[in-house]
Design a protein around this ligand. Structure first.
Ligand SMILES: [Zn+2]
Length: 218
């Protein structure tokens, strides 16, 4: 099996991505580029991450032609390949659909540099791309343009893409962008709209808990 180590790593990180809630279902995708032979290993299209094995990970050239693998490569493979073609510093690409970052992307908002660990993906705002259809060459170009010389971008009405020197770092960036997006949205919440329970309501509830859990000893 060619690119065995890379394919194993992709299978492991696919499970992480699902269980750590950066994607839902079969959304998102991961790749690693092997520059010596101009190939990339990429997660397969439409297969449950929990069942993906190293054999299921597809090896393609940078034009999307399958070199080894029984399944179809992720439909978003063009968006991975463009970074390998155009940037020598990128060896792995991670694309997620994480909730808070995707929320910003639905508002076509950039994520300003608000959280210290997101700086790993760039000092400037993490920019939101223009909208294009998933899997299209247009989306690949918009993603590339939005990322600029940074390492992360939001994809309009869709999710996140990060590009790193290796898979661990690209994945870490996707996690930090998601967390920073969550902070940004929560920091912007209108807490003046929250109505607390009044003293009598709180007392009433406290008495219920006291009776139920402490047998009236409180
Ligand atoms: Zn996607």
């Amino acid at each position: 099996m060619i690119l065995q180590a890379q394919r194993e790593e992709i299978a492991i990180f696919g499970k992480k991505m699902l269980t750590e809630n950066l994607v839902k279902g079969t959304g998102g995708n991961i790749s690693i580029c092997s520059r010596e032979d101009g190939l990339m290993a990429i997660s397969p299209s439409g297969k449950d991450y929990l069942t993906i094995t190293a054999e299921d990970v597809v090896v393609t050239d940078l034009d999307g032609n399958i070199v080894e693998g029984n399944l179809k490569p992720s439909s978003e493979h063009k968006m991975h390949a463009i970074f390998y073609k155009k940037r020598d510093d990128v060896h792995s690409v991670v694309h997620t659909h994480s909730t808070h970052a995707a929320t910003l992307s639905c508002m076509r908002m950039d994520l300003p540099p608000i959280y210290y660990l997101q700086i790993i993906a760039g000092m400037e705002p993490i920019r939101c791309s223009k909208y294009a259809l998933t899997g299209s060459q247009q989306l690949a170009e918009y993603a590339y343009e939005a990322m600029g010389n940074q390492n992360g971008a939001l994809l309009a009405n869709h999710g996140v893409i990060t590009a790193g020197v290796n898979l661990k770092i690209a994945y870490y960036m996707a996690e930090q962008i998601e967390f920073a997006s969550e902070l940004y949205l929560k920091a912007g919440a209108d807490i003046s709209r929250v109505t607390p329970l009044n003293e009598a309501e709180a007392q009433e509830m406290y008495d219920v808990f006291t009776k139920v859990f402490y047998g009236g000893i409180h």
